[in-house]
Every structure is written in structure tokens, then in C-alpha cells.
Design a protein around this ligand. Structure first.
Ligand SMILES: *[C@@H]1O[C@H](CO)[C@@H](O)[C@H](O)[C@H]1NC(C)=O
Ligand SMILES: *[C@@H]1O[C@H](CO)[C@@H](O)[C@H](O)[C@H]1NC(C)=O
Ligand SMILES: *[C@@H]1O[C@H](CO)[C@@H](O)[C@H](O)[C@H]1NC(C)=O
Ligand SMILES: *[C@@H]1O[C@H](CO)[C@@H](O)[C@H](O)[C@H]1NC(C)=O
Ligand SMILES: *[C@@H]1O[C@H](CO)[C@@H](O)[C@H](O)[C@H]1NC(C)=O
Ligand SMILES: *[C@@H]1O[C@H](CO)[C@@H](O)[C@H](O)[C@H]1NC(C)=O
Ligand SMILES: *[C@@H]1O[C@H](CO)[C@@H](O)[C@H](O)[C@H]1NC(C)=O
Ligand SMILES: *[C@@H]1O[C@H](CO)[C@@H](O)[C@H](O)[C@H]1NC(C)=O
Ligand SMILES: *[C@@H]1O[C@H](CO)[C@@H](O)[C@H](O)[C@H]1NC(C)=O
Ligand SMILES: *[C@@H]1O[C@H](CO)[C@@H](O)[C@H](O)[C@H]1NC(C)=O
Ligand SMILES: *[C@@H]1O[C@H](CO)[C@@H](O)[C@H](O)[C@H]1NC(C)=O
Ligand SMILES: *[C@@H]1O[C@H](CO)[C@@H](O)[C@H](O)[C@H]1NC(C)=O
Length: 854
């Protein structure tokens, strides 16, 4: 727009300079006269190009003769005062005139002379006052007439009916008064009719709208129209109806037409039993997504079956005269984002299913007599919650309290709630907690409060549908996912340790932090079990040769369970071998059983376990090799993949480097990529938690357990190993990795899937902020951990400041902020407050960047 104005001002400067060159009574002359007289306050530059035709001026279009202007668009140019006579009204072929957003105060009396050509007139947002003359009927070819946002007064002229081709009429925001003109009812081609916010009164005649068969948008909200609505059933394509803020009476059941998408009947005097609407003849309101009946005199009970309105996103029934009734069945309203049942005479408890509406953004249940406990809504989208003036009791669920700092508004006042929390700045929020039972003295010193331990019942947190869909998808992943890569053969050029194949045990191997001993007498007698290739007779001796006797040079990483090596098995398959050093607690038989089970667990976001080897006290798990390294190295600009100093790439791995699309750190610096990683990892964890029986808790989710395969898909590694290793609670191993371990890990019996949810939250923080969980710089806060820092930022609604500057420009900031909110929920102190991995998958999918976001 700015550049448009600039271009236009250049044109205008040129134009005013060239005024002298315009021949009188050409269209160019008329336009320049018009601009000069309307006092366009634009800079006059010393340009000097008299050759240019007015047809090339910005905002002007000519017909093929290049003598007649057909379009003049002069919106927002600071034109002020009355339109002068003998200027634009003399443009004999003018079809489109847009003078919107100026300071025009009066029309010229010759304007109506344009009637033989004008099709579009936009005078919206000016300061034109006085009545609209009947001359408007001269505009016989008019299709679009926008006079909105002016000061027109008096009646809408009856001659408007002469505009038989009119498709759009916008008279909104004027001071038109009197009865609704019958003339309008004759504009049979109207598609959009906006008469809102005027002073129209009177009643409609019975069949007022019956001839407007093409009308799709009807708005006469904010007037003083009385009586009953006329029969609307003639409008076959009406989709938007807004009559809010009038004095209309009568039953609403005739109003609900099946083509409607938006119905706003709020703030009238509609009466009668709302439940009748159900039993009326017009039941198919399947396109309806916005229904506002608030502020009427409707009585009886609410719709008994709201499920009919399955597309609803916005439902407001507030402030009517309904009888006492229980909370309505909202179960089928899966798309609901706004629900207002304030002052609807509701009694009894809020059903627990209510907390499953994860799309809800605004909920108002205030001024009822609701009893029982507060639902623990966990929608991260929740922005406004008003439960004030009810009879709710018990504690405010912690789940909800945790959300409050990231919400826009909430109100729990005037209930019988016990209030207990120590993290909110209560002075700021005190008017949201008026008149609550202070078993915890909120007013005194919130920081001194000791919360009672939560005794929360098990909650059914997720939508049944979301659940089943998730299971379905997981199931598909489980069944159809085949081993994508393991058949890829590598041409191994040369391995340099053949001579050592006859060495006999016990073998002792030294790595940075670990010494491990494989108590193996005859290496060739210890088999390697390969799940996919049971007929290949590999033995421990092959592992020895594949890793140069577990040479430091082949070390990939020092994992928490023990060292990880890479190597080629004799068939040329590259693998990663994880030596599980603490293996002695579990019997060989149990370990083998568990490893066999893990081998059957396949998911596109898990690193496949392809085999194992029981070598004395050690269990060696053999994984598919992930050539693009792990997420930790990628995010924090460390060398990808191999961590050792030796350079393998030059001779041995030539083929690999040609064959795989090695990722650069730049590739990781888009929001889209980071989101893909987050969603992939969430899927893998949802699968382990909910798609595997018995359930698998990973216990060590962190960015260095997340690998990137050749297609750059994230794959979680190390799942299920704690059982193989036999972690017991006093083992130092159960403490988790610093920076990723949730607070409850000090109580080992708390090792539930929520433990993984917490660690996932940290990974998500890491993905969005690009910072390490500990030991990084966290600007502006005294916090020493990533989780402390980001949570503080999110609480203050400064989430965006924590976003990795490298990705901020690469996508929707809103989505990134939302991702931080999700991680915020995941990292709640109390496990019960964290969402499940399935819910997280759903939430992440809701903020999935689409291709064009990039
Ligand atoms: C404008 O045009 C006139 C004659 O056409 C010429 O004398 C004058 O120098 C020009 N001025 C500029 C600034 O080009
Ligand atoms: C209209 O005029 C007023 C002052 O009279 C000025 O402040 C305002 O910016 C003008 N509006 C437009 C759209 O030019
Ligand atoms: C009239 O102009 C205003 C302001 O430029 C614009 O918002 C509106 O859409 C226009 N009306 C029509 C019918 O195009
Ligand atoms: C009519 O004009 C008003 C004010 O300019 C605007 O807000 C409204 O959107 C317009 N109505 C339609 C249907 O375009
Ligand atoms: C309504 O729309 C249809 C199709 O767009 C058109 O043929 C018809 O002329 C329009 N007018 C009336 C009054 O039906
Ligand atoms: C209906 O009109 C009123 C007043 O003009 C407005 O506040 C309200 O938002 C409109 N409803 C819808 C659904 O657009
Ligand atoms: C609910 O509806 C009532 C009545 O229309 C209104 O006053 C209130 O602001 C609405 N609440 C919300 C949260 O929109
Ligand atoms: C609530 O319902 C009861 C009986 O059903 C009725 O007497 C009372 O007037 C209603 N209250 C309101 C505010 O409509
Ligand atoms: C709240 O519940 C108590 C006890 O059941 C009752 O005495 C009181 O009238 C109720 N208050 C409201 C506003 O319904
Ligand atoms: C308020 O709640 C407490 C328990 O939390 C209950 O003992 C008491 O009766 C309730 N009071 C009312 C008025 O409902
Ligand atoms: C909320 O706290 C402010 C001071 O911080 C006080 O002035 C106000 O009265 C309090 N409001 C309520 C409803 O307690
Ligand atoms: C909460 O509701 C009460 C009662 O309706 C009202 O007095 C108070 O101002 C509201 N607080 C906020 C923050 O809206």
C-alpha cells in the first residue's frame, strides 16, 4: 500500500506539473482537475515528462481507444471536501470509481450522470453526510455499491430498486433510518447485503426477502428493527445471517436454514423453547460453524443433542432464560473452539469428558450453579476460561493452574474452590480469585504456601477419536514398515586386522571412561543373532574383526549404557554396536528374550535393533548404522557422526559419501526441519508408550539418542535397554542424563511414561531454542538450565525471545511459540500434569508447517 501511494504520488506530481499540457475536456484533463480541486496533499516533484499518456497513470485504466478512462482508483489519497462538478462525473465511459478512504464530504450533483456506465462505486470510509438522493436509481448498470462508513442519513431511497443488476450493497456504518426500504427487496440479484450499524427501524413485511434468491450474505445487525423475522426460506444460498442487536421477537426455529454457516441472532428478544429447533423440519445444519443465540429470551432446555451441529466452532447460548438443567452433551462437538454457556441456568457437575476438548480456546461457564470439581482442561490452545460465580468445589486442578500464566484471561471468582498454588503472582491476578475458600492463605504470602500433594484420580486425558486415530496410524507403521536399508551392501575395500582373528579371551577393552571385559574363551563359539538374516553364521570373532578388537578408533560414542562402536560385518553391512556394560543383573536367557522382543519392534522413527550377541557378562546390541549422526551434534554444531579424530572418509567410506545425502548444519536451521524432528520423535515415543505391549518407557530420551537416517528422518535409539541391562533403582544409572531428567527421578518408583514426556519436552526446547539443556548461555535470566530459562520466558509470554534466531525467519513465529508452550506442558514438575505422548503428537501436528510456510 505504501508503495502504491508513493507510486501514485509520483504520478500525481507528474500530473500536476503537466496540468498545463492536458487538453481541456480530455479525460486526462478532467482527472487532473479533480485531483487539484480535491487538494491532494502530495509532494510536487520537479518531474517533467509531458509525453506520458494519462492512461499509464497509476490507478487509471483506459479502454482500447486510450482516450476514455474506464477505471479510476484513488483510495486513500487524502482527497478532501466536496467532489467538484464537471470533473470525474464527465468521464463518459467510467465503469469503476474507487474513492474510498479519503475525506470526501459531499457528492457532486452531476455524479448521477455516470449512470449509463458505472458498475462499481466505492465511497467507503469517507465523511459524506446527508441523505442519499433518489438519483441513485440512475445507476442502472451498478453491480457493486459500497457507501459504508460515512454519515449518510435519512431513508434508504426506494429508487434503489432500479439497480436491478446490483450484487453487492454495503450501507453499513451510516445513520440510515426509517423502515427497511422495499426497494432493496427488488434488487433480485443481490448476493451481499450489509445494512449493519444504522438506525433502521420498523418491521419487515411478511415476504420481504422472498425474491432475494441469490443472497448469500445478509447483515442488518445493530439496528432497531422490530417484530418477527420474515420468512427466509426463499434464500436458497444464504450462508451468513447476522441480525444481532435488534429488537426482533418470535421463534428462531424458522431461521435455521440448512445452507447457513454463520448465524448470529444475539441480543434480540427471540423467545420460545430452544429445544424445538431440534424437532423442526430443518435439521441438517451440518455446515453451521458459528451459532450465537446469546442475550435473548429463549427458554426450556438446551439442545438435547448438540451432536447435530458437528461442525460448530463457535457456540454462544449465554444469557437466556433457560430452565434448570444439567450440562449439555457436548461430546460430538469436536471442532469447538469457543463455548459460552454463561447464565444458562446450568446445575450439577461439569462432565469429565469436557476436559477432552483439546481445541477449545475460549470457555465461559460463568454465572451458573455448577457443582463438583473443576474440569482439568488441558488444551494448550485455551486462552480464556471463566468459571466465576458457580458452586464449584475442591481444588483447582494443578494441570490448569500450570496453564494460567500462559493464558490471556481466567476467572475462578465466587466459587467454593480451595485455592492452593505457589507460582502465580497473585496480586496481579487477584481479581480472578475473588471470594474463594482460602484454606491456603493466598492473600498472605503466596511464596510461603506449601501445596498439598495432589491426589489426582487417573485422568482420561485424550480424545477418544484422537486416540483411535493415533493407534490406527501407529498400527499401520507397525505392520507395514519394512526394513528399508539393511539390504544395502557396501563394498568394503580393506580391513586391516585380519591377523587378530585367532586371539582368544578373556578380552579386555579400554575406552575413555569404561573398561569392559568380554569373558569369552573361544570367540568363534559365541554366535551373533541377526534377526533378519538368521542363516548367516556370524560370531563374536566377526565382531572383533569388524571393530579391530573394539579399537578406540572405531568408537562412535560413549553411551550411558556403555561404549558404541561402528563396524562392518562380513556381509558388508555397516552396523553400530552397543556394548551394555552393566549386564550382569539379568540372566542370559532373560536378556536374550528381551533383545528378541526389541528386535521385533519396528517403527519408522526408531533405530532398528538388527541383532545381538551375548558375550560373557556383556550384551552387545547391534543396530542399523545411522549415517547422519545424532541430533545433539547437529544442533550444537559438532562434527556429525563419528566422534573420533581419525579420518575415515578418505578411503574406506567413499561409497557412503557418494550415496548418502550428508546433512549440513544449515539444513537443520529451518523451523520445518526442527518440527519434523520433533514430530518424528514424538511419534516414536507415542509408539513405545501406547503401541507396544508391555509398554516401553525409554528412560533416557535426549538429543544424543536421536539419530538421523539417510533420509534425514529422526530415529530414536536405545529404547528398552534398561531391561536388558537390568537397571535397579539404587543404580546410579537410573538417575537419567543431567539436563533431561525430570524432578521425580529421585524417586525411582515414579518411572512412568511421563518421565519420557519430560525429557521429550527438553528436547523440544532444545529444538526450538537451539540451546543445550545445561551449560549454555541463557540471556536475561539468572537461570542455569534451559528448562528454567524457557519456562520463565513462556510464562512471561516472551517465548518468542527464546526461539533460535537461526530459525526464526524460516517459518511461522506463532508455531514456534506454540511449540514452546507444548514443551512447557511437557516439563511440568508433576508427572500427572504432563500430557501423554499421543496428545503431544496431536498438538505438534496442529502446528505443522506446510510447504509454503518456508
Ligand atoms: C522541463 O521541460 C522544459 C521544456 O519542455 C525544459 O525547458 C526544462 O529544462 C525541463 N525541466 C527539467 C527539470 O527537466
Ligand atoms: C482527513 O482529515 C483529517 C483532518 O481534517 C486528517 O487527520 C485525516 O488524516 C484525513 N484522513 C485521510 C484518510 O486522509
Ligand atoms: C471499498 O474500499 C474499501 C477500502 O479500500 C475496501 O475495504 C472495500 O473492500 C471496498 N469495497 C468493495 C465492495 O470492494
Ligand atoms: C461493509 O462495510 C463495512 C465498513 O466499511 C465493512 O466492515 C464490512 O466488512 C463491509 N461488509 C461486507 C460484506 O463487505
Ligand atoms: C442468481 O444466480 C444465478 C447463477 O449464478 C443466475 O443465473 C441468476 O440470474 C441470478 N439471479 C437471480 C435473480 O436468480
Ligand atoms: C454480527 O454483527 C455484530 C454487530 O455488527 C458484530 O459485533 C458481530 O461480530 C457479528 N457477528 C458475526 C458472526 O460476524
Ligand atoms: C459470553 O457471553 C456473554 C453474553 O453475550 C458475554 O457478556 C461474555 O463476554 C461472553 N464471554 C466470553 C468469554 O466471550
Ligand atoms: C432457572 O430455572 C428455574 C427453573 O427451571 C427458573 O425458575 C429460573 O427462573 C431460571 N433462572 C434464570 C436466571 O433463568
Ligand atoms: C451452592 O451450594 C450450596 C450447598 O449445596 C448451596 O447452599 C448454595 O445455595 C449454592 N449456591 C448457589 C449460588 O447455587
Ligand atoms: C464448600 O466446599 C467444602 C469442601 O471443599 C464443603 O465442605 C462445604 O460444604 C462447601 N460449601 C458450600 C457452601 O457448598
Ligand atoms: C488486588 O490487589 C490490589 C493491590 O495489588 C488491590 O488494590 C485490589 O483491591 C485487590 N483486588 C481484590 C479484588 O482483592
Ligand atoms: C471475575 O468475575 C467476578 C464476578 O463476575 C468479577 O467481579 C471480576 O471482576 C472478574 N475478574 C476478572 C479478572 O475478570
Amino acid at each position: 500500500m505504501g508503495s502504491g501511494i508513493l507510486a501514485f504520488s509520483l504520478f500525481l506530481a507528474l500530473l500536476l506539473r503537466c496540468l498545463a499540457f492536458q487538453q481541456p475536456n480530455t479525460d486526462g484533463f478532467l482527472i487532473s482537475e479533480f485531483f487539484t480541486k480535491m487538494g491532494a496533499k502530495l509532494p510536487l516533484l520537479s518531474l517533467n515528462d509531458s509525453s506520458s499518456s494519462f492512461c499509464s497513470w497509476s490507478g487509471v485504466s483506459c479502454d482500447s481507444t486510450r482516450e476514455n478512462v474506464v477505471e479510476l482508483r484513488a483510495s486513500g489519497l487524502g482527497l478532501s471536501g466536496a467532489i467538484p462538478e464537471n470533473t470525474i462525473a464527465k468521464l463518459s465511459k467510467l465503469q469503476v470509481l474507487d474513492l474510498s478512504m479519503n475525506n470526501i464530504t459531499e457528492l457532486s450533483s452531476d455524479l448521477w450522470g455516470l449512470g449509463s456506465s458505472l458498475k462499481t462505486l466505492n465511497l467507503s470510509i469517507n465523511r459524506i453526510t446527508g441523505p442519499l438522493p433518489n438519483n441513485v436509481g440512475n445507476f442502472g448498470y451498478m453491480e457493486t455499491l459500497d457507501l459504508s462508513h460515512n454519515g449518510f442519513s435519512g431513508e434508504i431511497p426506494a429508487d434503489i430498486s432500479s439497480m436491478s443488476g446490483l450484487r453487492l450493497l454495503n450501507l453499513s456504518r451510516n445513520a440510515f433510518e426509517g423502515r427497511m426500504s422495499e426497494g432493496i427487496a427488488n434488487c433480485k440479484n443481490l448476493v451481499v447485503l450489509d445494512l449493519s450499524n444504522n438506525e433502521l427501524g420498523g418491521e419487515f413485511s411478511d415476504a420481504f426477502f422472498s425474491s432475494l434468491k441469490n443472497l448469500s450474505f445478509l447483515d442488518f445487525s445493530g439496528n432497531r428493527i422490530q417484530g418477527r423475522l420474515p420468512d427466509l426460506s426463499g434464500m436458497k444460498s444464504i450462508s451468513y445471517l447476522n441480525v444481532s442487536g435488534n429488537l426482533l421477537r418470535g421463534s428462531i426455529s424458522d431461521v435455521l436454514l440448512e445452507t447457513l454457516e454463520v448465524i448470529d441472532l444475539s441480543n434480540n428478544q427471540f423467545e420460545g423453547l430452544i429445544s424445538q429447533v431440534n424437532h423442526g423440519s430443518r435439521l441438517g445444519l451440518s455446515s453451521l460453524y458459528y451459532l450465537d443465540l446469546s442475550g435473548n429470551h429463549l427458554s426450556g432446555t438446551l439442545f438435547s443433542d448438540l451432536g447435530r451441529f458437528s461442525s460448530l466452532k463457535h457456540l454462544n447460548l449465554a444469557d437466556n432464560r433457560f430452565s434448570h438443567q444439567n450440562f449439555p452433551n457436548t461430546q460430538n462437538l469436536l471442532n469447538l473452539e469457543y463455548l459460552n454457556l454463561s447464565q444458562t441456568n446450568l446445575t450439577g457437575p461439569i462432565p469429565s469428558e469436557f476436559s477432552e476438548f483439546i481445541r477449545l480456546k475460549i470457555v465461559d461457564l460463568s454465572h451458573n450453579q455448577l457443582t463438583g470439581e473443576t474440569p482439568d482442561l488441558i488444551s494448550v490452545k485455551l486462552r480464556v476460561l471463566d468459571l466465576s460465580s458457580n458452586n464449584l468445589s475442591g481444588e483447582i486442578p494443578l494441570q490448569l493452574l500450570e496453564m494460567l500464566p500462559i493464558m490471556e484471561a481466567f476467572n475462578f471468582s465466587y466459587n467454593n474452590l480451595t485455592f492452593c498454588a505457589d507460582k502465580l503472582p497473585f496480586q496481579k491476578y487477584n481479581s480472578s480469585f475473588i471470594g474463594l475458600q482460602n484454606s491456603c492463605p493466598i492473600a498472605a504470602n503466596p511464596n510461603m504456601l506449601a501445596c498439598k500433594g495432589s491426589k489426582h484420580r487417573k485422568r482420561k486425558l485424550a480424545l477418544a477419536v484422537a486416540l483411535s486415530v493415533a493407534f490406527f496410524l501407529l498400527g499401520i507403521g507397525c505392520v507395514f514398515y519394512g526394513c528399508r536399508k539393511s539390504t544395502r551392501a557396501w563394498a568394503v575395500k580393506q580391513l586391516s586386522f585380519k591377523e587378530e582373528q585367532n586371539v582368544s579371551g578373556p578380552y579386555s577393552f579400554q575406552t575413555d571412561s569404561t573398561t569392559w571385559v568380554a569373558d569369552v574363551k573361544v570367540a568363534t563359539s559365541v554366535p551373533i543373532i541377526m534377526f533378519e538374516k538368521p542363516l548367516l553364521n556370524f560370531t563374536f570373532a566377526d565382531l572383533l574383526s569388524a571393530t579391530s578388537n573394539f579399537d578406540r578408533g572405531m568408537l562412535l560414542a560413549e553411551g550411558r549404557f556403555g561404549p558404541v562402536y561402528r563396524g562392518f560385518l562380513p556381509s558388508g553391512v555397516q552396523v553400530a554396536m552397543k556394548v551394555l556394560v552393566h549386564g550382569s543383573v539379568v540372566s542370559d536367557q532373560d536378556a536374550a528374550k528381551e533383545l528378541e522382543r526389541l528386535g521385533r519392534i519396528k517403527h519408522p522413527n526408531l533405530v532398528p535393533l538388527t541383532g545381538y550377541c551375548l558375550a560373557g557378562d556383556q550384551r552387545i546390541a547391534i543396530y542399523e548404522y545411522m549415517e547422519n549422526g545424532n541430533l545433539h551434534n547437529l544442533l550444537h554444531d559438532l562434527p556429525l557422526g563419528v566422534q573420533t579424530t581419525e579420518d575415515w572418509s578418505n578411503d574406506t567410506w567413499d561409497d557412503e559419501n557418494n550415496g548418502s545425502q550428508n546433512i549440513t548444519t544449515e539444513g537443520a536451521t529451518t523451523w520445518r526441519f526442527r518440527h519434523t524432528i520433533a514430530l518424528g520423535v514424538a511419534r516414536s515415543l507415542a509408539f513405545l508408550h501406547h503401541g507396544c505391549f508391555p509398554q516401553i518407557v525409554h528412560r533416557d530420551v535426549k538429543s544424543s539418542s536421536i539419530y538421523l537416517d539417510s533420509a534425514l528422518e529422526p530415529r530414536l535409539s536405545d529404547f528398552g535397554l534398561s531391561k536388558v541391562v537390568g537397571i535397579n533403582s539404587d543404580d546410579q544409572m537410573s538417575q537419567g542424563t543431567t539436563g533431561y531428567a525430570p524432578p521425580e527421578l529421585s524417586e525411582p518408583e515414579m518411572a512412568t511414561p511421563k518421565l519420557d514426556v519430560y525429557s521429550f519436552g527438553i528436547v523440544l526446547f532444545e529444538l526450538v531454542t537451539g540451546k543445550k539443556p545445561i551449560g549454555d548461555e541463557y540471556p536475561g535470566e539468572k537461570e542455569s538450565t534451559l528448562v528454567g530459562w524457557v519456562r520463565a520466558m513462556v510464562k512471561k509470554n516472551h517465548g518468542l525471545m527464546a526461539v533460535d534466531p537461526k530459525i526464526r525467519e524460516t517459518g511461522s513465529e506463532k508455531q514456534m511459540e506454540e511449540a514452546l508452550r507444548i514443551a512447557y506442558l511437557c516439563t511440568a514438575d508433576l508427572p500427572s500434569k504432563r500430557p501423554t505422548m499421543q496428545q503431544i503428537v496431536g498438538l505438534l501436528k496442529d502446528i505443522e508447517p506446510v510447504a509454503r510456510d518456508q
